[in-house]
Design a protein around this ligand. Structure first.
Ligand SMILES: [Zn+2]
Length: 491
C-alpha cells in the first residue's frame, strides 16, 4: 500500500517530463544500423574481435626497436628506419608505398655532464635538451638561481639571473589524459629562450615527467636563430628534489654543466606513406599517422614505436579481412616529429590543397594505454557518424568525447587548413614515467593493451571508410591556436 500518493504523483509527472525532454535527443541520434549497412557493421564487429585476439602489432614494434633501436631524426639510424618501414609496408602488401622528403635542422648529442659542486658535491642524472648548443669547452660552473616556473622566469629582473644557471623546478602532475604535460613543458620549450634574453649562463629544468626513477627526460625546445642560444639540460626528478633541498638550506649552490652537441642545419629524412586503395570512393582518404623517429635515449618503444604498430596492425586487419574499403586508407609514418613536427609540417604543405579529399585523420602517439574515449573535429552532419562509430567501440570500453580534437601532434600543422580529425584518447596515467627517457624500452609494452588500441583503430578506420556521410573539412583552427596546441602536445 502506498502511503505517499503525492510523492508518487510527483514522480510520475517528473518521469513524463523527463521522457518528453529526452524524446527529441533520442530521435536525433540515429543508431549504427540507420547509418551503416548491416554488412559493414558485421565486418566492423569481426575486425574488433580479430583485433583483440591479435598481438596489436607487437612484432612490428619489437622488430623496429631491436633492428633499428633509437632513431633520432637525421641520424644514420633514422635513415635505416625509413628503409625498414618502406620494406615492411611493401612486404605487407599495401597497394602503394612511397617516400616524401622532409628537411629540418638535425641535432645530435655527444654527451652531457652535470654535477653539484657545492655545498654538497654529487653527480646528477641529466640529459641535454634537444637543440641545446654545446657549453664552452671545459664547461660552465655558476651559482644556481631557482625559479618556480616559466612565468617566474619571465618576471624576474635580469640582474638576478645574469651569469647564473637558472633552475626551473616546476613539476608535472600525473593525469589520465596527460593534461599535466602542457603547463609543465613550457619550461623546457621556452626556458632557454627567456633565460638567454636575461643574460643567464645556462638552464636546468626538472624533468618533464612523472617518474621517481633517476632517469632524466629529454625533449625539444624552441629556438630562434636571432637569439643567443643557451645550453640547457633536464635533470631527473630525484635530483631536482635534492637540488631544491640544497637551495632551501640558504647557502649558495653551485653547479657544473658540460654539454657537447652538434647541429646540422639541413638534414633530410622522409615521411613513409602506404595506401590501401579504396573502391568507389578511392579518391577520398582516411589518414592514420604515427611517427617513426624517436629520441636518442631508450629505443622509442612507447614513443612512438607503439603508434607505428597500432596503426599498421589496424589497417592490416582490414586488409586481412579480405574486404576492400570504399575510401582509400593511408598509413603515414611521420619523420622528425620529436625535434619539431617537421614531418607533419611537410605533409601539411604538400597536401593541404587536397584536404577536401582527406576525409578524417588520426595519429597514435601516446604509448599503449587503452583508448577510453573518441573525440572528433568534423563537419556538423558527420558528428552522428562519430556517434555511431563510438557505439561500435563501446564494447572496447570507449566512451563518446566531445567535438574538440587535434588529431595528434603531426596533424596539428594541418588544422589551420581545415583538416577533419579524430582523437582516440589513450589512458596516459603512466606514459610520462617513461616518455623521452632511457627507460622507454620494449618491455614496457603490454600486447593486450596494444591489441585494444589496434582493434579500436581498425573499427574506426573501417567505418570511417564506409561512411555514407563525408567528414568534409572540419572547422579551421587559427594558426596561432594550432601553434599553441603544437607546443602543448609536442616537443
Ligand atoms: Zn611521440
Amino acid at each position: 500500500m502506498d502511503t505517499f500518493p503525492d510523492r508518487q504523483l510527483t514522480g510520475r509527472v517528473l518521469i513524463i517530463i523527463a521522457a518528453l525532454w529526452c524524446l527529441p535527443l533520442v530521435a536525433d541520434t540515429p543508431t549504427p544500423e540507420e547509418i551503416f549497412s548491416i554488412e559493414d557493421l558485421e565486418i566492423a564487429r569481426q575486425l574488433r574481435e580479430a583485433g583483440l585476439a591479435g598481438d596489436g602489432g607487437f612484432e612490428i614494434v619489437a622488430d623496429l626497436t631491436t633492428r633499428i633501436g633509437p632513431r633520432l631524426a637525421g641520424s644514420p639510424a633514422d635513415a635505416k628506419a625509413v628503409a625498414w618501414a618502406q620494406r615492411l609496408l611493401t612486404d605487407m602488401g599495401f597497394d602503394r608505398v612511397w617516400l616524401e622528403p622532409v628537411t629540418f635542422p638535425a641535432w645530435s648529442r655527444d654527451f652531457e655532464r652535470v654535477e653539484i659542486r657545492s655545498p654538497v658535491p654529487q653527480s646528477v642524472q641529466a640529459l641535454a635538451i634537444g637543440y641545446s648548443p654545446p657549453t664552452p669547452e671545459g664547461g660552465i660552473e655558476a651559482e644556481v638561481v631557482m625559479l618556480d616556473d616559466l612565468a617566474a622566469l619571465e618576471a624576474v629582473a635580469p640582474e638576478k639571473v645574469a651569469g647564473k644557471i637558472v633552475f626551473i623546478r616546476n613539476r608535472m602532475e600525473r593525469a589520465r589524459d596527460g593534461s599535466g604535460y602542457g603547463p609543465a613543458v613550457q619550461a623546457r620549450a621556452r626556458g632557454a629562450l627567456v633565460a638567454a634574453e636575461k643574460g643567464a649562463a645556462a638552464v636546468l629544468i626538472r624533468s618533464i615527467g612523472t617518474s621517481t626513477n633517476r632517469f632524466a627526460h629529454t625533449g625539444g625546445m624552441r629556438f630562434d636563430t636571432g637569439v643567443r642560444r643557451l645550453p640547457a639540460a633536464a635533470i631527473s626528478n630525484p635530483d631536482a628534489d635534492q637540488l631544491e633541498r640544497l637551495v632551501a638550506l640558504g647557502e649558495p649552490v653551485t653547479v657544473f654543466m658540460e654539454i657537447s652537441a652538434q647541429i646540422n642545419e639541413t638534414a633530410t629524412s622522409h615521411n613513409v606513406i602506404a595506401e590501401l586503395t579504396g573502391t568507389d570512393l578511392s579518391d577520398e582518404i582516411i589518414a592514420l599517422g604515427a611517427h617513426l623517429d624517436s629520441w636518442d635515449v631508450g629505443t622509442g618503444a612507447l614513443d612512438d614505436g607503439a603508434g607505428i604498430a597500432i596503426i599498421t596492425e589496424a589497417v592490416d586487419l582490414i586488409r586481412r579481412s579480405g574486404h576492400r574499403p570504399r575510401r582509400s586508407i593511408h598509413v603515414i609514418y611521420f619523420a622528425a616529429e620529436e625535434v619539431g613536427l617537421w614531418g607533419g609540417r611537410a605533409w601539411a604543405e604538400a597536401h593541404h590543397e587536397n584536404f577536401p579529399r582527406y576525409q578524417v585523420a588520426a595519429e597514435s602517439d601516446f604509448g599503449t594505454g587503452r583508448i577510453y574515449e573518441i573525440s572528433a573535429r568534423v563537419v556538423d552532419e558527420a558528428w552522428q557518424v562519430i556517434e555511431a562509430i563510438q557505439a561500435e567501440l563501446a564494447p572496447l570500453g570507449i566512451d563518446l568525447g566531445g567535438r574538440r580534437a587535434f588529431g595528434g601532434p603531426d596533424f596539428i600543422p594541418s588544422l589551420p587548413y581545415g583538416l577533419a580529425v579524430a582523437d582516440l584518447r589513450q589512458d596516459g596515467t603512466t606514459y610520462f614515467d617513461y616518455h623521452h627517457t632511457e627507460n622507454d624500452t620494449l618491455d614496457k609494452i603490454d600486447p593486450e593493451d596494444l591489441a585494444q588500441n589496434a582493434a579500436a583503430y581498425a573499427v574506426f578506420t573501417w567505418l570511417a571508410a564506409q561512411s555514407p556521410i563525408g567528414f568534409g573539412s572540419g572547422e579551421r583552427l587559427l594558426a596561432e591556436e594550432a601553434a599553441n596546441a603544437a607546443a602543448d602536445n609536442n616537443p
